[in-house]
Write a protein that binds this ligand. Structure first.
Ligand code: AP5
Ligand code: ZN
Length: 216
């Protein structure tokens, strides 16, 4: 399975991606996670990415494209992959088209997760993440068993620095102007499927499994 997950910030891409990757045994490639991992390790890439992420802007295409292409060339991607948060503008999508075409790889499906705007803000501002293992929680819909403590590794949960309201507003604007046009890009290719992301995590996952089951 070769899949792209599209959707606005907070739509539940990361949440669903983890479940899909496990179910279909394919690598989950999240550009946001790669940047955050680099930030934790204090690499040059991490420092560069933070400047853009905290402002809610996209990291430059030439940096992002290279990272994804290097990752897709690894052996474990031969059986399939799930791209989460990439591509994010038309230029990235066109570069990915060229890259995949050059390798004779065809995408199976682009899942476009749709969620009402008010719910997005509620989801993002209520999100808490584990800085140690990357697990994601929500203070209302998916709280940890003990307040602010990761169930998986016991670390103290934090709020992502780009989840403060002013960054969120910018990220939503960037989504509208730069990422939303990808819906048309992939609709024209006949591989886009809309998923109602307003339902519960499990219901959304059931819908996704049905779509991927029909295509697999
Ligand atoms: P990235 O990490 O990709 O963030 P994003 O796209 O803004 O998406 P989010 O992580 O905010 O949300 P999500 O859809 O994964 O939702 P989640 O599952 O966590 O990118 C961050 C930044 O990195 C960008 O702004 C940019 O600067 C840079 N970047 C990344 N990729 C790039 C690229 N290709 N090019 C250039 N720059 C790039 O869920 C959200 C919350 O809701 C959670 O708390 C969760 O528990 C809860 N939740 C999830 N599903 C449900 C549900 N069904 N019901 C109720 N609650 C739910
Ligand atoms: Zn943890």
């Amino acid at each position: 399975m070769k899949i792209i997950l599209l959707g606005p910030p907070g739509a539940g891409k990361g949440t669903q991606a983890k479940k899909i990757a496990k179910e279909f045994d394919i690598p989950h490639i999240s550009t946001g996670d790669i940047f955050r991992q680099n930030l934790r390790e204090n690499t040059d890439l991490g420092k560069l990415a933070k400047e853009y992420m905290d402002k809610g802007l996209l990291v430059p295409d030439e940096v992002t494209n290279k990272i994804v292409e290097n990752r897709l060339e690894k052996n474990d991607c031969q059986k399939g992959f799930l791209l989460d948060g990439y591509p994010r503008n038309v230029e990235q999508a066109e570069e990915l088209d060229r890259f995949l075409q050059g390798k004779g790889i065809h995408l199976d499906c682009v899942l476009n997760i749709e969620v009402e705007k008010e719910a997005l803000i509620e989801r993002i501002t209520g999100r808490r993440v584990c800085p140690n293992c990357g697990a994601t929680y929500h203070i209302k819909t998916f709280p940890p068993t003990v307040d602010n403590v990761c169930d998986k590794c016991g670390a103290q949960l934090i709020q992502r620095s780009d989840d403060k309201l002013e960054s969120v507003v910018k990220r939503l604007e960037v989504y509208e102007s730069q990422t939303k046009p990808l819906i048309e890009h992939y609709t024209k290719k006949g591989i886009l499927v809309n998923i109602d992301g307003n339902k519960s995590v499990e219901e959304v996952f059931e819908d996704i499994k049905k779509v991927l089951g029909d295509r697999g």
